[in-house]
Write a protein that binds this ligand. Structure first.
Ligand code: DOR
Ligand code: ZN
Length: 472
């Protein structure tokens, strides 16, 4: 090796298994060597990481960047800029935009916008809905890195598909080998209960929780895992919020179902106690639950039932979050920029190790979406998606300092004791010391390098395609 582009020296390199002092050599977009600094060739640029930890960029499997359609809430510059500042180097973006990402035209439009504006790499979710089952394969060919099925209503009011359509969709995704993420809450239970609560005059913050009890999530998790097991479709459970139903996941994993699960900082760090005082601010779907669920979710991360930490970054305006009744407030809040400082603060508090964090925020999402070992890991040949972390960086989270257009979050005033100080995406520094330094358009779709394990469809003789092709 003659000369390298960048040498990151002096830091401690973290993987799920180890923390070792090592230098990282980068040429172009890739890591070309990791090891003793003395053995490294001369570099055009040296980044001093003395006193810092060097981790793979976080991969956030769940963000809403709102564009096209709701540009006033977020766009791809502000959304991915917030990601870069938060140490997130790849995002998977949800289809409840306008138009929803359920047609090839909408997919092409969104990939065009993201390619023009993104600061970090991205995967785009295609929508699995009642009326587009015949377009899922075309959506995948047009660039969908994954799919999203809204089993329960949430922002965008995309109707849940019928079970028949969902099962047929899973049959198709099983053949494609792509993972389907589900918003696992039972639509009809929630609609009926919300109707009764509204009729009874309940408008307080906990009415939102009462409308969306854990049974609604349990039922949907159980149905989705059953459909995944039958069809062989890969499944991902978004934003697991409750302890109930974890046993469905444990059992499905034991049976060999390819199911992964995410939870989010709000379910690990907040409870319904805060909902009482925060009114619409902490309203999110699924809801933040009673004390105790948080403890079980931590345990589930540690025992591997829950695989990863995502954010469900869901920006809305201040006005939309502060409306009169809980029903009129929008659901969700920004999170892509604050996830890493919040969770690293938990490392300092002793609730997990930095190695655990790398497993849950980097490695496991990369594996689930076929990005490993290009992403999620620091090793020779991998993309240089790298974050320098200062485990003694004390900051107060302030709404007005969020890069998102949404300047309102439940984390306002939270003290964090650690955080990212430099974010690199494929060899380019995109954020440094709290400032965005990269250019729009550097981020690109992960689809080109995505490599899912071979598809493993099951019960092929029973699929809709087989039974309709059969002739006596
Ligand atoms: O609270 C939420 N907000 N949950 C979701 O599932 C969707 C999200 C949004 O898009 O606002
Ligand atoms: Zn979401």
């Amino acid at each position: 090796m003659n000369k390298i582009d960048i040498l990151i020296r002096g830091g401690k390199v973290v993987s799920p298994e180890s923390t070792v002092e090592a230098a990282i050599a980068i040429v172009g977009e890739r890591i070309v060597a990791i090891g003793d600094e003395a053995l490294m060739p001369p570099a055009a640029q040296v980044i001093d990481a003395t006193g810092k930890y060097v981790i793979p960029g976080a991969i956030d499997s769940h963000v809403h960047f709102r564009t096209p359609g709701y540009e006033y809430k977020e766009d791809w510059h502000t959304g991915t800029g917030a990601a870069a500042l938060g140490g997130v180097t790849t995002v998977f973006e949800m289809p409840n935009t306008n138009p929803p990402t359920g047609t090839v035209a909408a997919m092409e439009q969104k990939i065009g916008i993201a390619s023009r504006d993104a600061h970090v790499d991205f995967g785009i979710y295609g929508l699995l809905a009642e009326n587009n089952i015949d377009q899922l394969a075309d959506l995948a060919a047009a660039g969908a890195a994954s799919f999203k099925c809204f089993m329960g209503n949430t922002f965008g009011n995309l109707p849940a598909p019928t079970d028949g359509a969902m099962l047929e969709g899973f049959e198709i995704l099983a053949r494609l080998g792509l993972r389907c993420t589900v918003h696992a809450e039972n639509a009809s239970i929630m609609a009926r209960r919300q109707g009764k609560l509204e009729a009874a005059g309940r408008v307080d913050p906990l009415a939102h929780l009462a409308a969306r009890p854990a049974i609604a999530a349990m039922e949907a998790v159980s149905r989705a895992t059953l459909f995944a097991e039958w069809t062989g479709a890969r499944l991902h459970i978004a934003h697991k919020s409750s302890r109930d139903g974890l046993y469905f996941v444990r059992d499905a994993k034991r049976r060999g179902v390819d199911v992964t699960v995410e939870t989010c900082p709000q379910y690990l760090l907040l409870t319904s106690e805060q909902m009482k005082t925060m009114h619409g601010l902490a309203k999110v779907n699924p809801p933040i639950r009673e004390p105790g669920h948080d403890v079980a979710l931590w345990e589930a991360l540690h025992d591997g039932t829950v695989d990863m930490i995502a954010t469900d970054h869901a920006p809305h305006t201040i006005e939309e979050k502060r409306r009169d009744t809980i029903w009129n407030c929008e659901c969700g809040f920004p999170g892509v920029q604050t996830q890493m400082p919040l969770m690293l603060t938990q490392v300092n508090a002793g609730r997990m190790t930095l190695n655990d964090y790398v497993r849950w925020a980097c490695v496991n999402p990369a594996r689930a979406w076929g990005l490993y070992p290009h992403k999620g890991v620091l090793q020779v040949g991998a993309d240089a998606d790298i974050v320098l972390v200062d485990m003694a960086l004390e900051r107060d989270i302030r709404d007005e300092s969020l890069f998102s257009k949404s300047k309102i979050s439940p984390w306002h005033g939270w003290r964090t004791t650690a955080g990212p100080v430099l974010t690199m995406v494929r060899g380019r520094v995109v954020a440094k010391d709290g400032a965005l330094v990269g250019d729009r358009g550097w981020g690109r779709s992960v689809k080109a390098t995505q490599q899912m394990a071979p598809a493993a469809p099951r019960n092929l003789e029973h699929t809709t395609e087989s039974i309709t092709a059969w002739r006596p």
